[in-house]
Design a protein. Structure first.
Length: 452
């Protein structure tokens, strides 16, 4: 029986929730065998002219969930599947549906447009190093873009994408789902309105342990560069699975609803337990131009799982999420309390339907490449900050399970302590910790090195 391993995903049927950690192919395809999947004329490549045409770029991994959501809700959203780009499309568990619908399927996005096909919207959920190149090609052929996170590996790529978008007259959204969350947007409006006073310090923590299969699933996981193309990947917890929560620190402080604050400097401590090129653990401090301190702690090699949590300290209030359960809670210095609900109460794939709606001129872009660029800039700064990427001491490494999972003994407690005390490990006297250098990002334009 084939097994499908995926990330934590929410936002399935009827824009509700699903979480698929391990499921058989039969379980996943059971609904696809229902007649409705094979009779949705609106999802055929030849459909009604008033339907938004959607090109899916990558239908394995996270792209599987984009396609699954589109297939289940396409009629309600008044859209149709215009085609699929994936060199390994036949390996997708939704391949039987795709092949039955007889939509165009190509290995490369160039072939799709070269053969005269068009799409209103291209959903890019391919590997990190393909996000910008594929988006630029789609823009040049008249498609607008929903690009999944991160928007790119380097800040110069992001700028190239912005320039291509401006030349094309189309638009780009970036799929950081919390930026489409009603709870996060309501919180951001209150921050913009000055309800909590000046921001002082924002901290976020997330620890999602991963076994060896996570890094063996493709040839770019844990890599600095893609071994085939040589393009920068910079894969890490902060630039992949947990990129959402790093981005959110900048997003909520943006000067407009659709913008993010920009890091002016960053200092990072990065470590690894797995034999990878990049890192599986990061602790960093970024400082914005207005002097607000942003601390981020993330790891794939803790013993325990810590789902996303944050603590935002303002002059007049402290805002927290995930520390004691429940949703986002703001507590004023005067004792006033305001609840916002949880970010994930808005279905994860709201971003897909926001893009489809915007094709029709409905709604607005709340997370474009300008907003997403701060996370990319911070990632570039992290790598510049690290003089080297040290491994955890052998005496701390523990191994368990099959596939084998590595974790650093005691790392859970150190990360929690650093999060609560707003300190990096070197500042807390951790014996194995190594300080990164302070990197100025005010005029940073190119990775590596910062210059043009």
């Amino acid at each position: 029986m084939t097994t499908h391993e995926s990330k934590r995903c929410k936002g399935g049927p009827t824009r509700g929730y699903f979480r698929m950690i391990s499921a058989s192919a039969d379980d996943i395809l059971r609904p696809a065998r229902n007649a409705k999947y094979f009779q949705l004329s609106g999802l055929m490549s030849r459909g009604k002219s008033d339907l938004v045409s959607v090109l899916m770029v990558a239908i394995g991994g996270y792209g599987f969930h984009y396609l699954k959501t589109l297939l289940e809700e396409g009629e309600t959203a008044r859209c149709r599947l215009a085609g699929v780009i994936d060199p390994m499309a036949e390996r997708s568990l939704l391949w039987p549906v795709v092949s039955h619908l007889e939509v165009p399927v190509y290995s490369s996005i160039e072939e799709f447009y070269r053969d005269g096909h068009q799409a209103d919207l291209a959903v890019i959920s391919s590997p990190i190093h393909w996000h910008v190149p594929q988006s630029i090609i789609a823009l040049a052929h008249g498609s607008s873009i929903l690009c999944d996170k991160p928007v790119g590996a380097t800040i110069q790529e992001v700028q190239e994408l912005i320039q291509s978008r401006d030349r094309s007259g189309r638009w780009v959204m970036v799929g950081y789902q919390w930026s489409y969350s009603e709870a996060i947007l309501a919180l951001k409006r209150d921050i913009l309105g000055g309800l909590f006073g000046r921001p002082l310090r924002l901290s976020a923590l997330c620890c999602w342990p991963r076994d060896r299969s996570y890094y063996d699933r493709n040839n770019w996981a844990g890599r600095l560069r893609d071994p085939e193309t040589g393009r920068w990947v910079l894969d890490s917890p902060a630039n992949n699975a947990m990129a959402h929560y790093l981005h959110n620190l900048f997003f909520v402080l943006g000067p407009e609803l659709y913008l993010s604050a920009r890091p002016d400097s960053v200092q990072a401590e990065i470590y690894r337990a797995y034999p990878i090129e990049t890192f599986d653990t990061v602790m960093c401090r970024a400082v914005t131009g207005s002097g607000t301190e942003l601390l981020f702690f993330a790891s794939h090699v803790t013993e325990r799982t810590f789902d996303p949590r944050f603590r935002f300290e303002f002059e007049d209030a402290v805002i927290s999420y995930g520390e004691n359960g429940g949703g986002i809670l703001a507590v004023g210095r005067n004792g006033d309390r305001k609840s916002y609900g949880a970010p994930d109460e808005t279905p994860q794939f709201r971003k897909l339907f926001a893009a489809i709606d915007y094709i029709r001129g409905e709604g607005s872009i709340v997370c474009g490449p300008e907003a997403a660029a701060s996370q990319t800039l911070c990632i570039n700064g992290m790598h510049e900050s690290a003089i080297e990427i040290p491994s955890f001491p052998d005496m701390l490494i523990r191994r368990e399970g099959s596939p084998e999972r590595l974790y650093a003994s005691g790392l859970d407690e150190e990360l929690l302590r650093c999060y609560r005390e707003a300190k990096l490990p070197t500042e807390g006297g951790v014996p194995w910790a190594r300080a990164g250098r302070m990197v100025s990002l005010g005029e940073y334009r190119h990775f590596p090195g910062g210059g043009v």
